[in-house]
Design a protein around this ligand. Sequence first.
Ligand code: ADP
Ligand code: MG
Length: 273
Amino acid sequence: MTQAMISLQGVTKAYRTDAGPFWALKGIDLQIYPGEFVAVVGKSGSGKSTLINVFTGIDHPTDGEVVVARTQIRQLDEGQMAEWRGQHMGIVFQFFQLLPTLTIVENVMLPMDLCDVYEPGERHARAMHLLEQMELADLADMFPASVSGGDQQRAAIARALANDPPILVADEPTGNLDSKTAEAVFELFESLVAGGKTILMVTHDDELADRVPRVLTLADGLMVSEKLHPSAVAAQKLLGWVPAQAAGAHDAGAQGADAQAAISAVQLVPSVP
Ligand code: ADP
Ligand code: MG
């Protein structure tokens, strides 16, 4: 059975407030498998960002287990966590969060300087290569404030990919972009999934979510529904993924889906002999 890339078991999160604990996550069980493209949707305040924060190790869950790339997150101390995250996950935030005092290319090099995945001598060339992929090479020496929001978001994606992490996590990455730029970012994500990355994207955009093979809906700190594209169901069966709530409910959708197409649709493996 394929090992989950991201696994949450009974994850809860209570924030302390003057009125007592506020339960932002009320018990989340979730498995995300290598090569999946997953969207998380839900109203504002439903717990989407909290969910991202607990499985990226940015925040600690109140209870439950988070295992990512076979590592139990709570066993890492702060220093280990930063390095581990840098190697395994790229994170894209809604408001880009580029450092204003660094140029675009310096922002992209920063994660490489924090984790020793790439040699110091190759970091600038790699950053430029990523910026070229994002069609941003011309802006490499500009400061974030002097480029558009779309360019900043693509720079933030280049930064998230700096250490070539297997997982990309994005919290409303198109939330502040015009529809054309949002489409370009989404297509970039699709191509990254096609290249083998696992992507979890929080989005408010229903049209974009409809194009993602697996869509999870959060409401008041609970996962209330899961929608699987038939190709994702077929691939899950073929590869022995057994998402707890999904296996029975989505059987009908899997029928008729061509197995090979299903696998390539979610890009688990580059090709099947
Ligand atoms: P979403 O990303 O879906 O909009 P969040 O995860 O940011 O939702 O927030 C979930 C709930 O937790 C919201 O009701 C929010 O007000 C509350 N919340 C988030 N962060 C804190 C905090 N640091 N302290 C208290 N309540 C918080
Ligand atoms: Mg949020």
